[in-house]
Design a protein around this ligand. Structure first.
Ligand SMILES: Nc1ncnc2c1ncn2[C@@H]1O[C@H](COP(=O)(O)OP(=O)(O)OP(=O)(O)O)[C@@H](O)[C@H]1O
Length: 308
C-alpha cells in the first residue's frame, strides 16, 4: 500500500538508480554495474542534507496514547524544493516539530548534514503561517530581519548587506524603516521570508506559510519562493494543504497517509523548471499530476483508521 520512496504510474521518485543486487556474482559486467551503482549511492548520500529515518511520534496523555506519526522515512538533497501534503491531521506539524528539533520523536531520528537533530539546529530557519505573530511589532522591518543575524553576532556591515539582499529578493527594498503593522499581510509574510533567507540557512522549513493570505497574494508569494530558491540555492521543505500549490512549487511532492502516518508516495514533479502561474497551470501534465495527488489524498482519507 505505502512505500517510503515508492514509484508511481505518474512518475515515482527514487526507483531508477537502485543497485542491481539480484544479478549473479559471477557476471563481471553485472559486478561492474553493481560497483557503479554503489558509487552513485555514495554520491547521493553526500548530496543528502536532511534525512528522516523511521520517525515515530506517540503523544501520551491521561486519556491514552495517540500514535500521530508511525514510520516516516525520506531524504532531502541539498538544493531541493520538496512539498509535503497530506490529509488534515496526518501529522505534518508533528513532523515539522521533530525536524526542527522542537520536539523529540518517540523513535527514529532526524539527521541534518549527517548530524542528529536534538534541538533547534542553527542551520535551519522556519517560516510559519502566522506572520502576524512571528514578527515583532515594536521593531522596524530591518530590525526584524537583522535580529537573528545580531543574535549570531555578525558585524553590523555584514548584517546590513545580508538584510539589504534579502529585502531586495522579496521585493521590499524600500520598506526597511516601516513597522510590520504598517504593511499588508502579504508584505508581512515577505518580511518573514526575508528574515529567514537573510540568515542563510542550509534548510528552510515552511509550515503552510501562505494559508492566511488572499489568492492573488498567494500566487505572487509562490512565485517569490521559487525565485528566492533559484537565486539563493537554499533547500526548502514546504508544507501545504493545497494540492495545486504543492505541484506548482515542488520538484517533488511527498504525500503522507492519514495518521498514524507513513510516506504514501514520493512523487517527482517533472514540469519544466521555468514556471508561471498561467502557462504551468495550463499544462496537461500539471492537470495530470494534480489529479494524481488529489486521488492519493482521497485514498489516504479512505484508508484512515485501517492501519493497525
Ligand atoms: N499534543 C498532542 N497530544 C495528543 N495528540 C496530538 C497532539 N498534537 C497532535 N496530536 C494528534 O496527532 C495527529 C497529528 O496532528 P498534527 O497537528 O501533527 O497534524 P497536521 O497534519 O499538522 O494537521 P492539520 O493538517 O489539521 O494542520 C492528530 O491526530 C492530532 O490529533
Amino acid at each position: 500500500m505505502q512505500a517510503e520512496t515508492g514509484s508511481s504510474a505518474v512518475g515515482g521518485h527514487g526507483g531508477a538508480d537502485r543497485p542491481a543486487t539480484d544479478r549473479p556474482a559471477t557476471d563481471r559486467s553485472a559486478a561492474g554495474a553493481e560497483g557503479a551503482a554503489k558509487d552513485r549511492d555514495k554520491d547521493r548520500d553526500k548530496d543528502v542534507l536532511l534525512s528522516v529515518r523511521g520517525l515515530q511520534k506517540i503523544y501520551s496523555s491521561e486519556h491514552g496514547d495517540v500514535e500521530a506519526v508511525r514510520n516516516l522515512t525520506f531524504d532531502l538533497r541539498r538544493g531541493e524544493l520538496a512539498c509535503l501534503v497530506g490529509p488534515s491531521g496526518s501529522g505534518k506539524t508533528t513532523l515539522l516539530k521533530c525536524i526542527s528539533g522542537l520536539m523529540a520523536p518517540t523513535s527514529g531520528e532526524v539527521l541534518l548534514g549527517g548530524r542528529r537533530v536534538t534541538g533547534p539546529p542553527k542551520d535551519m530557519a522556519v517560516v510559519f503561517q502566522e506572520y502576524g505573530r512571528s514578527l515583532f511589532p515594536w521593531m522596524t522591518v530591518r530590525e526584524n530581519v537583522e535580529l537573528p543575524l545580531k543574535n549570531a553576532k555578525l558585524p553590523r556591515n555584514e548584517r546590513k548587506r545580508l538584510a539589504d539582499e534579502a529585502l531586495a529578493a522579496v521585493d521590499l527594498p524600500h520598506a526597511d524603516k516601516k513597522y510590520p503593522w504598517q504593511l499588508s499581510g502579504g508584505m508581512q509574510q515577505r518580511v518573514a521570508i526575508a528574515r529567514a533567507v537573510a540568515y542563510q540557512p542550509k534548510i528552510l522549513l515552511m509550515d503552510e506559510p501562505f494559508a492566511a493570505v488572499d489568492a492573488q497574494t498567494r500566487a505572487d508569494l509562490e512565485d517569490l519562493i521559487r525565485d528566492v530558491w533559484h537565486r539563493m540555492g537554499v533547500t526548502v521543505l514546504f508544507v501545504t494543504h493545497d494540492i495545486d500549490e504543492s505541484v506548482y512549487l515542488g520538484e517533488r511532492v511527498i504525500i503522507l497517509s492519514s495518521s498514524p502516518t507513513v510516506v504514501q508516495e514520493d512523487l517527482r514533479i517533472d514540469l519544466p523548471d521555468e514556471r508561471d502561474q498561467l502557462t504551468t497551470r495550463g499544462l496537461p501534465r500539471f492537470t495530470e499530476l494534480r489529479g494524481h495527488v488529489y486521488e492519493e489524498i482521497q485514498r489516504a482519507k479512505r484508508e484512515a483508521g485501517t492501519r493497525v
